[in-house]
Design a protein around this ligand. Structure first.
Ligand SMILES: Nc1ncnc2c1ncn2[C@@H]1O[C@H](COP(=O)(O)OP(=O)(O)OP(=O)(O)O)[C@@H](O)[C@H]1O
Ligand SMILES: [Mg+2]
Length: 868
C-alpha cells in the first residue's frame, strides 16, 4: 500500500473511526478511498477514479466541500455511518502536511443538521441494555434509554423484555445501540440502524461514573432512579458513551435524565400502532395519510413533533386530560385569541433544535438570530395569555421566559438577514461594537480617505494633477507627471518610473495601506469573536429557554387541536373512568377529512352498561365494518390526548390499553407465517387485556380454513366475554358468530345496512342493530373488475353451497342446534358430513337381523379403510 505521509494520515484517521465511511477533506473536496470510495460511488453516484496511477492504484471518489450536507444525508439514509475528517489548521500557515482530525461521526441517530432532519419528526438514538444477571438467573427486565441530540431530550426506563418491541415502536428511534453480547435484543425494522457496542459500554459502574460526571451530581437518585433501575442507567450510560465518542462537542444540553413512567400513559402495542396508522400508513409507511398527518394543524416544528409524541403516548389520568381539554376549549371559544396566538407562532423558530446547536457549538449566526426573533415574540404571546384563563395555560405562560436582556442583546447585535457561516462576516449590526465599526469604515471607506489625501497633497505641493492610485505590485502610490516632477517634495520616496510619470510613496501612505489591507481581515475576525461570545451567552441561558421551547410546543398543539375542532365541528368528549363508550354521530377522523365533504356517513356507538361490552359487527364486504371499529379506537385515543372529537356528542371511558388486530389480509412478512403472526398477536391480547382495555379485532381467524377460523373466533369472543370483560369490537364475516349474542349476555350484534336494488347493492355505511345474513362478496368482486365468467360461475357455486349449508330459514347449518354452548361446539363439527352418515340414517333398525347388522358394520369399516 502507498505510504505517502498523507496516506498515512488517512490511514490513522480511518483506523480511529471504526467501520464508518471516512470523508477526508483535501482542499475544497472531501475524498474517499479504497472500499469507501466504491461504496460512495455506488450510493451517491460519484465517479470512481484512482489515485497513484502506478502499480497499485487506489480507488478514489470525492465531491466539493459545499455539497457535504446533501451527501451526508444520502449516506446516512442509506444506513451508513460517516466520519468527517477536517483540516484543522489553515493550509496557508501549515508547515508541511496540514493537520487533519475526525471532527465528528454522523449516524442516523445523531443527526443535528437541519438539512438532514425532518423538522416535524423527532430523531431518537436508543440503547437497549441486556438483563442484569442475578446470581445464576437472568432477570427479565431490560433497560431502554433514548436521547435526541438535536434537542437534548434524554429518557430511560426499565421494561419487561416482552415489551421491547412495543416500546421501540413508540419511541421510533432511527438508531439503536445494542451490546455485542446481546445480539438477540437487536430490533428489526427497515428504518432502523442497529449499532453494536462493546459489552463494557453497558456496564453499571461505567454508566454511573459517566452519568454522574456528566450531570455533575453525586448520584442519580435525584432524577428519580432507584437501585432497581440499573438496566435503565446502563442503557443511558451506553448512549452517553457513544455520543461522547462520535460527537466531540459539548453535550451540555443534555441537562437531565428523565425516567419514563409507563403506567401513566395509554399503552399501545406495535401491531396496534401499525394497524391504526397513527403516524405511518400501513402500505407505504409514509407520514402522509396517517392520523398524525391528517390532524396536524400545528404551526411550528416544535408543535408538530409534540403532537406526534402525544399521539404516541396518550394519557390515562383524567385530570391531565381535562386540563388539556380546558385549554383547547378556551382556544376554540375565542377565535381571536387562537388566531393571534397562531399568528405569533408563525414567527417562532425551532427553539429546541436551535438551542441544541448552540450548546454543541454548531450554531450559525442565522441560528442565533432565529433564537433572538423567537424571543422577541414572547412578550406579545404572554400578553395574549395574560388573562390566564385555564390552569394549564397559566402554567405554560409562566414557563415562557422572554429573557429580555438576551433578547435585546441579540436584536441589537445581529442583522436581519444573517449568513450561515460566522467566518464571512457582515452580520453584526453597526453601532454594536465601536471597534468593529471603525475597522469596517477603514476597510470600506478607503476611497474617501484617498480622495482627501490626494486633495491635501495636491494643495501642499501645488501639483494640481497629482494622483493617488493603487496597484497590486506597489500598493498605494502617488503619481506625478514628468512636467511637474520638479515640484516633488523631498520626503516622497520614489518607487517606479513609467513613460510619462514618476510614482512615489510616503510614510503616511504606507501606514494607511497597512491598516486598510488588514482591516477587512481584522473586522471579520472581530465579528467572529463577537459571535462566539453571543453564542456562549445564549448557551448560558439554554436551560430556561428549553422550558420556553416546551411551553411553546404545547401552546402550538393545544391551539392546533382547537383549530381542527373549529374547522371540522368537533365536540368535547366527556372522558370518564368507567369502561364505556357513547358516541353520537361519530366520524372516522381521517376519512372525515380525506373524503369529499358530506360523503362520510356518521355512526353511533354504545358500549358498556346494559347493552354489553362486546359488539359483533357483520355486514357485506365494503360496507364499512373495518372503518367503524377503527373509528371507535381512534376516537378513544384522540379523547385521551385531550383532543375534541368528530362527533355530535361523546362519552369515552379512558382505556388503559388499546389493542387493534387486523386480520390476515395485510400480513407483513416478518419471518413468521401470516396466520402465526395473527395468532401470536391475538394471544397477546387475550393474555394482557384488562377490563379497562379496548380491543378491536378485524376478521380474526381468516387466515386458516373456515371451520378452524370460526371455531377460534368463537372461542376468542367467549374468552373476552367471560374472562376479560373488556370493551371489544369484533368485525367478522362469520355470520355463525352472531349466534353468540343469544348465549352471552354481554354480546350484541350490529350490522351495516345495505340496500339491494335489482342486481345491485347500495352501501349505506350505516351501522344498525342486528346481524347481517349475506356478504355480497361476489358483488364486490364484480365491482373490482373480476371477469364476468368467473363471477357468473361463482354465483352458481354459491347457490349450490348455500343449498347444502343453509337451513330452511337461510341460516348457516353450522350455527343451528340448541343454544347451549356444548351443543354449539358439537354442531360445529357436524358440518363435516360424511356420506356414510346418510347410510346409517337410512338403516331400518327394526328389520335388521344381528348378522345383517354385523355385516353392515364390516362394510362400513372396509369403506372407511379404503378412504384412508
Ligand atoms: N361511514 C362511512 N361513510 C362513508 N364511506 C364509508 C364509511 N365507512 C366505510 N366507508 C367506505 O367504504 C369502503 C369500505 O370500508 P371498509 O373497509 O370499512 O369495509 P369492510 O366492511 O371492512 O369491508 P371488507 O368486508 O371487505 O373488509 C371504504 O373505502 C370506506 O372509505
Ligand atoms: Mg374490513
Amino acid at each position: 500500500m502507498a505510504t505517502t505521509p498523507m496516506m498515512q494520515q488517512y490511514q490513522d484517521a480511518k483506523d480511529a473511526c471504526g467501520d464508518a465511511l471516512l470523508l477526508f477533506r483535501m482542499g475544497d473536496f472531501y475524498e474517499l478511498f479504497f472500499e469507501d470510495a466504491k461504496t460512495a460511488a455506488r450510493v451517491l453516484g460519484l465517479t470512481l477514479t484512482s489515485r497513484d496511477k502506478g502499480e497499485n492504484p487506489i480507488p478514489m471518489a470525492g465531491f466539493p466541500h459545499h455539497q457535504l450536507d446533501s451527501y451526508l444525508g444520502k449516506l446516512v439514509r442509506a444506513g451508513l455511518r460517516v466520519a468527517v475528517c477536517e483540516q484543522v489548521e489553515d493550509p496557508k500557515k501549515a508547515t508541511g502536511l496540514v493537520r487533519r482530525e475526525v471532527t465528528r461521526v454522523v449516524t442516523a441517530g445523531t443527526l443535528t443538521d437541519d438539512a438532514l432532519l425532518d423538522p416535524r419528526e423527532s430523531n431518537y438514538l436508543a440503547a437497549v441494555a441486556p438483563p442484569t444477571s442475578k446470581g445464576n438467573l437472568e432477570s427479565n427486565e431490560i433497560g431502554v434509554a433514548w436521547a435526541e441530540l438535536s434537542t437534548g431530550r434524554f429518557h430511560a426506563a426499565v421494561f419487561p423484555r416482552a415489551q421491547l418491541g412495543d416500546q421501540l415502536a413508540r419511541i421510533r428511534p432511527s438508531e439503536c445501540l445494542v451490546s455485542e453480547d446481546a445480539a438477540d435484543l437487536a430490533p428489526r425494522g427497515r428504518e432502523l440502524q442497529v449499532t453494536r457496542r462493546p459489552a463494557w459500554a453497558f456496564s453499571l459502574d461505567g454508566a454511573k461514573r459517566l452519568l454522574t460526571d456528566h450531570f455533575r451530581t453525586a448520584s442519580l437518585e435525584g432524577f428519580g432512579f432507584l437501585d432497581t433501575d440499573a438496566p435503565a442507567l446502563r442503557a443511558a450510560g451506553a448512549i452517553l458513551d457513544y455520543l461522547r465518542e462520535t460527537q466531540k462537542t459539548s453535550l451540555s444540553h443534555f441537562d437531565r435524565l428523565v425516567p419514563y413512567q409507563s403506567g401513566t400513559t395509554l399503552e399501545i402495542d406495535e401491531a396496534t400502532r401499525r394497524s391504526l396508522e397513527l403516524t405511518r400508513t400501513i402500505r407505504e409507511g409514509r407520514r402522509e395519510g396517517s392520523l398524525l398527518a391528517v390532524l396536524d394543524r400545528t404551526i411550528t416544528p416544535l408543535g408538530s413533533r409534540l403532537l406526534a409524541d402525544w399521539l404516541a403516548s396518550p394519557l390515562t389520568d383524567l385530570d391531565a386530560i381535562a386540563a388539556r381539554q380546558d385549554a383547547v376549549e378556551r382556544f376554540l371559544r375565542d377565535d381571536t385569541l387562537r388566531r393571534k396566538l397562531r399568528e405569533h407562532l408563525h414567527g417562532v423558530y425551532d427553539l429546541e433544535r436551535l438551542l441544541a446547536r448552540v450548546t454543541t457549538g454548531r450554531a450559525s449566526p442565522r441560528d442565533l438570530s432565529f433564537v433572538g426573533q423567537t424571543l422577541s415574540r414572547l412578550p406579545q404571546l404572554k400578553e395574549l395569555l395574560a388573562s390566564r384563563p385555564t390552569t394549564l395555560l397559566e402554567e405554560l405562560d409562566s414557563r415562557l421566559d422572554p429573557a429580555p436582556d438576551l433578547s435585546s442583546r441579540l436584536a441589537a447585535s445581529l442583522s436581519d438577514d444573517c449568513p450561515l457561516s460566522p467566518r464571512d462576516g457582515g452580520f453584526i449590526r453597526t453601532g454594536y461594537s465601536a471597534d468593529l465599526d471603525q475597522l469596517r469604515d477603514l476597510a470600506a471607506g478607503g476611497k474617501q480617505w484617498i480622495a482627501a489625501y490626494q486633495a491635501t497633497q495636491a494643495q501642499a505641493t501645488g501639483i494640481s494633477n497629482l494622483k493617488v492610485s493603487y496597484n497590486k505590485v506597489f500598493g498605494y502610490f502617488i503619481e506625478i507627471t514628468n512636467a511637474q516632477r520638479d515640484k516633488t517634495p523631498a520626503h516622497y520616496i520614489r518607487k517606479q518610473t513609467i513613460a510619462n510619470a514618476e510614482r512615489y510613496i510616503t510614510e503616511e501612505l504606507k501606514e494607511y495601506e497597512e491598516k486598510v489591507l488588514t482591516a477587512d481581515e481584522r473586522s471579520k475576525s472581530l465579528e467572529y469573536d463577537l459571535f462566539v461570545a453571543l453564542r456562549e451567552e445564549v448557551a448560558d441561558s439554554a436551560h430556561r429557554l428549553q422550558a420556553t421551547a416546551s411551553a411553546l410546543a404545547q401552546l402550538d398543539v393545544l391551539a392546533s387541536l382547537a383549530e381542527l375542532a373549529r374547522q371540522r365541528g368537533y365536540c368535547r368528549p366527556k372522558v370518564v373512568a368507567e369502561s364505556v363508550v357513547t358516541i353520537v354521530d361519530g366520524r372516522h377522523p381521517v376519512l372525515d377529512i380525506l373524503e369529499p365533504a358530506g360523503a362520510f356517513v356518521p355512526n353511533d356507538t354504545t358500549i358498556g352498561g346494559e347493552g354489553g361490552s362486546i359488539l359483533l359487527i357483520t355486514g357485506p364486504n365494503m360496507a364499512g365494518k373495518s372503518t367503524y371499529i377503527r373509528q371507535v379506537a381512534l376516537l378513544t385515543l384522540l379523547a385521551q390526548i385531550g383532543s375534541f372529537l368528530p362527533a355530535k356528542h361523546a362519552v369515552v371511558g379512558a382505556a388503559d390499553r388499546i389493542f387493534a388486530r387486523v386480520g390476515a389480509s395485510d400480513e407483513l412478512s416478518r419471518g413468521q407465517s401470516t396466520f402465526m403472526v395473527e395468532m401470536t398477536e391475538t394471544a397477546r391480547i387475550l393474555n394482557t387485556a384488562t377490563p379497562r382495555s379496548l380491543v378491536i379485532l378485524d376478521e380474526i381467524g381468516r387466515g386458516t380454513s373456515t371451520y378452524d377460523g370460526v371455531s377460534l373466533a368463537w372461542a376468542i369472543v367467549e374468552h373476552l366475554h367471560d374472562r376479560v370483560g373488556c370493551r371489544t369490537l369484533f368485525a367478522t364475516h362469520y355470520h355463525e358468530l352472531t349466534d353468540l349474542a343469544s348465549t352471552l349476555a354481554g354480546v350484541r350484534n350490529l350490522n351495516v345496512a345495505v340496500r339491494e336494488w335489482e342486481d345491485n347493492v347500495v352501501f349505506l355505511h350505516k351501522i344498525v342493530e342486528g346481524s347481517a345474513d349475506k356478504s355480497y362478496g361476489i358483488h364486490v368482486a364484480r365491482l373490482a373488475g373480476v371477469p364476468r365468467e368467473v363471477n357468473e360461475r361463482a354465483k352458481e357455486i354459491l347457490a349450490r353451497l348455500e343449498s347444502e349449508h343453509l337451513d330452511p330459514e337461510g341460516r348457516p347449518k353450522i350455527a343451528g342446534g340448541k343454544k347451549s354452548r356444548g351443543k354449539v361446539q358439537l354442531t360445529l363439527f357436524a358440518a363435516y358430513e360424511h356420506p356414510l352418515l346418510d347410510a346409517i340414517r337410512e338403516v331400518d333398525v327394526n328389520s335388521l337381523t344381528p348378522l345383517q347388522a354385523l355385516q353392515m358394520v364390516q362394510t362400513w369399516q372396509s369403506r372407511l379403510a379404503r378412504e384412508q
